[in-house]
Design a protein around this ligand. Structure first.
Ligand code: BV8
Length: 244
């Protein structure tokens, strides 16, 4: 299929596709005002990954890490942050195809859910929860968190941590994700640079399982060459076109 041809779900659906697995990254939330990681003025510009997104960084300076996630949580909760047309298009896709659509997101915001998607898998955790390392329970929160928070489930002070998968930690729900990829007819990657594994490896697995693979991104990602189809532009424009 010529690379510049915008296929739409309708055209692909006519051929064979039913099960659609969508991987999203920070780029899908960029037009909602949430910073990406590696673009100019991205999150990593002001903080080193090692300092704020590794267990070692948390152990070395928990206060800095709590502040990093508290800032992002409060930004997410501000009235100006809303789902954009790309999120809304994926919600429409799920409304049309139901359980045949699953969104696997690297993002820790809740914009897919706020747009209306129900089948969302957060493989890197969520800003709006903290985790008790003793019980491994995720606890919903909208407030700032710090080391003094008492864990309700085990009454242990100093234990709650951001419910985030840091570098060197095993992403959540990998078995479920691999099962969905195995069954996928279409694998669509939206707004991710393809820098971080195992998410960046999903396209290769989807290809090996016979899925039609599509990249929707502002610019070619690190793994762009592995996609059968690539459509580049702002997500709020190209995702609604693709879904129609
Ligand atoms: C793992 C926390 C084993 C959440 C994140 C040494 C030791 C251990 C592991 C490793 C190692 N070396 C390498 C690894 C693997 C490592 C890794 O991949 N490192 C990289 C840097 C080489 N991965 C891990 O450690 C993972 N764990 O490997 O465990 C394992 C694996 C499988 C099975 C069992 C065990 C854990 C990775 C998770 C790390 N946590 N963040 C948070 O703070 O938010 S990663 C971080 O990067 C975010 O989660 C983010 O989602 C993710 C990916 O970034 P992107 O979403 O792609 O964002 P980015 O800014 O990079 O790109 C944005 C894109 O959008 C750009 O392409 C841009 O063009 C585009 N864009 C911008 N605007 C728009 C747009 N597109 C469309 N429209 C727009 N408007």
């Amino acid at each position: 299929m010529p690379a510049n041809k915008i296929s739409t779900i309708a055209s692909l659906k006519n051929k064979k596709a039913l099960k659609i697995v969508v991987l999203t990254g920070a780029g899908i939330s960029a037009e909602s005002g949430i910073k990406t990681f590696r673009d100019n003025n991205g999150l990593w510009e002001n903080h080193s990954v090692e300092e704020v997104a590794t267990p070692e960084g948390f152990a070395a300076n928990p206060g800095l890490v709590y502040r990093f996630y508290n800032e992002r949580r409060q930004q997410l909760l501000s009235p100006s942050i809303k789902p954009n047309e790309a999120h809304n298009a994926l919600a429409k896709l799920e409304q049309g195809l139901g359980n045949n659509v699953v969104v696997v997101t690297q993002n820790v915001d809740n914009l897919h859910e706020r747009a209306g998607n129900k089948n969302v898998i957060h493989m890197h955790g969520e800003l709006l929860s903290v985790k008790c390392p003793q019980s491994n329970k995720s606890i919903y929160t909208e407030s700032n968190t710090d080391a003094t928070m008492l864990c309700e489930c085990c009454k242990t002070p100093n234990s709650l941590r951001p419910d985030i998968v840091w570098f060197g930690e095993v992403p959540y729900h990998m078995d479920r994700i691999e099962q969905h990829l195995y069954q996928a007819d279409i694998f669509v990657s939206i707004g991710t640079s393809g820098n971080v594994y195992p998410a960046a490896g999903f396209v290769s697995f989807a290809n090996s399982c016979g899925a039609h693979t599509v990249e929707l991104n502002l610019e070619p990602s690190e793994t762009e060459s592995q996609f059968e189809e690539k459509i580049h532009g702002p997500a709020s424009v190209i995702v609604p076109q693709f879904v129609e």
